[in-house]
Design a protein around this ligand. Sequence first.
Ligand SMILES: Nc1nc2c(ncn2[C@@H]2O[C@H](COP(=O)(O)OP(=O)(O)OP(=O)(O)O)[C@@H](O)[C@H]2O)c(=O)[nH]1
Ligand SMILES: [Mg+2]
Length: 307
Amino acid sequence: MVFGFLKNSFNAIKSALKKTRSFFADRLSQLFSKKIDQEVLDELEELFYEADLGVKLSAKLTNKTKEYAAKHPDAKSDELIGFLRQELTNHLTSLDSTLAHGSPLVILIVGVNGNGKTSSIAKLAKYFKNEGKKVLVAGGDTFRAGAQEQLAIWAERLGVDIVSANYKSDPASVAFDAVSKAVSKHYDVLLLDTAGRLENKTHLMKELEKIRRSMQKHVESAPQETLLVMDATVGQNGVEQAKAFHQSTPLTGIILTKLDGTAKGGTAFAITEALNIPIKFISYGEQVDDFAPFDPTTFVQALLPLD
Ligand SMILES: Nc1nc2c(ncn2[C@@H]2O[C@H](COP(=O)(O)OP(=O)(O)OP(=O)(O)O)[C@@H](O)[C@H]2O)c(=O)[nH]1
Ligand SMILES: [Mg+2]
């Protein structure tokens, strides 16, 4: 059954990465079918860059490919792709994607408007519920009209408990109440939704710190996870936004959303390179099951299949 689940999620991820793959993998095979000279290496670096791997990582991978090709002058396309697959996997596995522990485990969800925070909370709630955990969600988005209702609908559909708040009330006090309930009623996991915010709005970024402090009044280590929800379709701009978030509120990981329908799946590599924090979950569709813990090997194999 576990293998069935893994196979299904691999196929789903593979299908979500279709656009990225046809852009990246197909051009890669074409380049690697030529003799690896400087011209091909320049094109390779450009391809990495266009695939949203970021300047630094693009240069690093090009250099490594150059070294490898020099040592293995007879290497065929398949071997070079195998080499690159390994390098990309190594890059992602250098960061630990496992979740922190906590009792309760408090997860603060932050990010720019519309990136998929509330739907990721629903997906996480289902994920933890499937693991047999007692889950509480909390509506820390008191800013957008309808945000509380959106979360309440999810909570009801998924059969998880919710702490709701009044429109325009203080999100820090919602956070305080939610942690208090999670402790007193022995929840395993608390997921706190927050309003969408732009990283250049200082007062909104400070609000996140206030939310964190109010959680810590109950549980000193909370939130053990602060996850930034990032829309993969935004590409490089998203990486800049993520850096700004990380500077004002320490992030422990990324949830990379909307991988379906974008050719910018390479953002996964750029973001980990730029922030040095792991991707912890990926989302690849609007359905509650279009979501999985991030597994570097699966991700790279879906991008550069073995066949
Ligand atoms: N295709 C696709 N759509 C997604 C994914 N994740 C979220 N969405 C959609 O993106 C839209 C915004 O999602 P929300 O979860 O409301 O985003 P949010 O960050 O909470 O938005 P605000 O609260 O307004 O800041 C919804 O229509 C979601 O269904 C995904 O992985 N793939
Ligand atoms: Mg929301």
